[in-house]
Design a protein around this ligand. Structure first.
Ligand code: 13P
Ligand code: SF4
Length: 367
């Protein structure tokens, strides 16, 4: 096997060791790599990993850092679609590493390029494609981003969805929004689009499970995808925390269902959620509807400032794929790099890269 596939410094040897034995090794490898390597950490990463990140952020912020860094190696502690986007946005001489290739995103897996192409063919057959702009959430494969780029569309994240929707509506009558129906519905509703004009496209249904008149009348066609982590937050949870903690503020991620978002005080990307907590006065209390590692970190960080933070769902909702990036995987990836071996490289095919880059650049230009 070539060094790029990484067999030396066997991963199995690392996985047998305890988490805390990795700290010194990660720090030492990081130091030896110096400015050749930048380590990006999404807010859902566990503490034992994110503490080593040079930059932390939501998917928008991290994609911007990836587009701007001079480092030769970008080690992405996040999930697959984030690493793919970094590769698309990076230069040819940069290499992106995902410490565990199993760190995917179940929502991104809910839209396959062949299904999206079949949907588009139906829209073409019905004469609807020419005034439809395909817009994909960052949580999607590079192939889907490229699909959107090639057809005059773009990418958005939860921090710029509204601006991206406005961009699209300035160019077409209708948006095909992939793959998160909830972010699409929450954004469309906030823009005043009636629910009946936001039908769901079911990739497993005949003609998406819709009639031709319903598709024709649609303003936003919502792909039937969701985040299973954020679906666990329910409207009853909002009622419960409000009853138990009078004055509590509820902030949720817009991947939550519409009924939850309607009851919340604020919606926002992970970066925005942090900002709301940061800007709040001492004595504030928050129930947060997003991944548990971020919620627990905020609770610890802001307790000394007299801010109380709890999870909106008392059992806490874990993103198991984000959790796959362990200190052992990180140490393994970094120590291999020190030895000159690139393991777990994420490389998007050149044929896909071009249009995916167009779609991502359009997003970066609107915000
Ligand atoms: P953010 O862009 O808000 O960090 O969200 C990414 C994500 O996957 C949320 O589930
Ligand atoms: Fe994907 Fe949901 Fe995990 Fe975000 S929290 S990475 S959308 S599975």
């Amino acid at each position: 096997m070539s060094p790029e596939n990484g067999v030396s410094c066997s991963l199995e040897n690392y996985l047998a060791l305890p988490d805390n034995s990795m700290d010194d090794r990660i720090a030492a490898a990081r130091q030896r790599l110096g400015s050749t390597t930048v380590l990006l950490g999404h807010h859902y990463q566990r503490d034992e990993v994110i503490r080593f990140a040079d930059f932390t952020g939501d998917s928008y912020k991290l994609s911007k850092v990836a587009a701007e860094t001079d480092a030769k190696y970008i080690v992405f502690c996040g999930v697959h679609f984030m690493a793919e986007s970094a590769d698309v946005l990076g230069r040819h001489d940069q290499q992106v590493i995902l410490p565990d290739l199993n760190a995917g995103c179940s929502m991104a897996d809910m839209a396959e390029i062949s299904q999206v192409e079949a949907c588009w063919e139906t829209l073409e057959r019905l004469g609807l494609a020419s005034d439809t702009i395909p817009l994909t959430y960052m949580n999607s494969t590079a192939a889907i981003k490229a699909f959107c780029g090639e057809r005059g569309g773009l990418v958005c994240t939860s921090s710029n969805a509204r601006a991206a929707f406005e961009w699209a509506f300035a160019r077409g009558k209708r948006i095909l929004f992939l793959p998160d129906q909830h972010l699409g519905r929450n954004t469309g509703f906030a823009m005043g689009i009636p629910m009946e004009q936001m039908p769901i496209w079911d990739p497993w249904g005949l003609q998406g499970g819709q009639t031709a008149p319903a598709l024709n009348a649609s303003r936003i066609l919502l792909w039937k995808g969701h985040c299973s982590v954020h679906q666990r937050f329910l409207p009853s949870h909002v009622d419960e925390v409000r009853a138990k903690y009078p004055g509590i503020q509820v902030i949720v991620h817009p991947e939550c269902r519409w009924e939850v978002c309607q009851k919340a005080d604020a919606l926002g990307s992970t970066e925005r959620i942090i900002k709301v907590v940061e800007d709040a006065p001492s004595g504030s209390t928050f129930a947060i509807g997003t991944e548990i590692h971020l919620v627990n970190r905020l609770a610890k960080q802001f307790a000394p400032q007299g801010k109380k933070i709890i999870s909106l769902e008392s059992n806490g909702c874990l993103c198991t794929t984000m959790y796959r990036i362990s200190p052992q995987h990180l140490a393994w990836a970094l120590e291999n790099l020190v030895e000159g071996r690139v393991v777990n490289r994420i490389k998007v095919r050149d044929s896909v890269k071009h249009w995916a880059r167009v779609a991502l650049d359009r997003m970066l230009e609107i915000k």
